[in-house]
Design a protein around this ligand. Structure first.
Ligand code: DAL
Ligand code: ZN
Length: 320
């Protein structure tokens, strides 16, 4: 940003340097017309003195400009082209949400896909994210039926989001909680209301839900909709189930056709969420279509996943 500001200064300066020259040539062009006006006493008595004075004034002006310009910082005078979009991105990235807390090594950090970058104007930030799908503290972590968590795993940064809850208060990882708050407020400002239904669930709670579901709905149904203990994204603290009044606070497929479901599917990626279990991708994700289950992955990956157009398994080329 400083470089951009400095370039502006340099441009302004060069205009300032040019202007006396322009004024001089304008003066010389206007000379014939000047002859027709009444000449002053000095002009009449000593025409040479007028030229000498004019040169002296112009000389003093140019000397001042030179002193001013040479006193400026070197980078302000640089005529090198500005850094390209990539290096500009890297400078801004340090301040991008989530980046600082990722702390991955250089090779783990990727810019958003070339396609996503192409849609972005040069100089405008494209988010970066870690591609480490095993990093328990990262946001690209993949948990599914074949990539399970240990019973002891619990995220260290759980927090309650400040949003309306459907049942009791529940936690999510801090960054997901803050992003959900922003998303909920943005929706509310457009007249769309939804509720935080379920967030972080520890291994023991997931086990309870799983076993209860088998008893009530049968194993076949449970296998489609409920993750066995250890295989639930809810244990990562990055998954949030959302409900609304139209579905009477229940998690059901009709949520997709409610104003909340439609708004979330259109806007979730802007806040770093993706629809984790899309329709038609059951064989890849291992779960039925769940239009209410949103997974926080960060803005860069969410954009690359296209709000759920691609599953994480597809994007990271994992076999089902
Ligand atoms: N409903 C999802 C699959 C879970 O139980 O984690
Ligand atoms: Zn869920």
């Amino acid at each position: 940003v400083d470089k951009i500001r400095n370039t502006t200064i340099a441009k302004r300066t060069s205009r300032a340097v040019l202007s006396p020259g322009k004024a001089a040539s304008a003066a010389s062009r206007s000379r014939p017309r000047a002859q027709s006006r009444p000449r002053s006493t000095v002009e009449r008595k000593n025409p040479r003195l007028v030229y000498v004075l004019a040169f002296a004034v112009a000389g003093l002006f140019l000397a001042n400009v030179f002193i001013f310009v040479s006193g400026m910082p070197k980078e302000a005078l640089s005529s090198k082209p500005e850094a390209g979009p990539n290096s500009a991105s890297r400078t801004l990235l340090a301040a991008a949400p989530g980046f600082a807390s990722l702390g991955p090594s250089e090779q783990d950090v990727v810019l958003a896909s070339p396609a996503a970058q192409a849609q972005t104007s040069p100089g405008i930030q494209t988010a970066v994210y870690s591609t480490d799908i095993d990093d328990l503290s990262g946001y690209s972590l993949i948990v599914n039926k074949s990539r399970t968590l240990s019973p002891e795993y619990e995220p260290e940064d759980l927090d309650y989001p400040d949003v309306p809850f459907a049942k009791g208060k529940m936690k999510a990882r801090q960054e997901a909680a803050r992003a959900f708050e922003r998303m909920q407020r943005a929706a509310a400002s457009q007249g769309v209301k939804f509720y935080f239904y379920s967030g972080y669930r520890d291994y023991a709670y997931q086990k309870q839900i799983w076993e209860n579901s088998i008893k009530v709905n049968g194993r076949e149904w449970a296998q489609k909709y409920i993750a066995p203990p250890g295989a639930s994204e809810h244990q990562t603290g990055l998954a949030i189930d959302v409900s609304c009044e139209e579905t009477k606070q229940q998690l059901e497929e009709s949520f997709a056709d409610t104003p909340s479901g439609r708004w979330l599917s259109a806007h979730c990626a802007e806040f770093g969420f993706t629809l984790r279990y899309p329709k038609g991708k059951e064989a890849l994700t291992g779960y039925n279509y769940e239009p209410w289950h949103f997974r926080y992955v960060g803005e860069g990956l969410a954009r690359d996943l296209g709000s759920g157009a691609k599953t994480m398994e597809e994007f990271f080329s994992l076999a089902p």
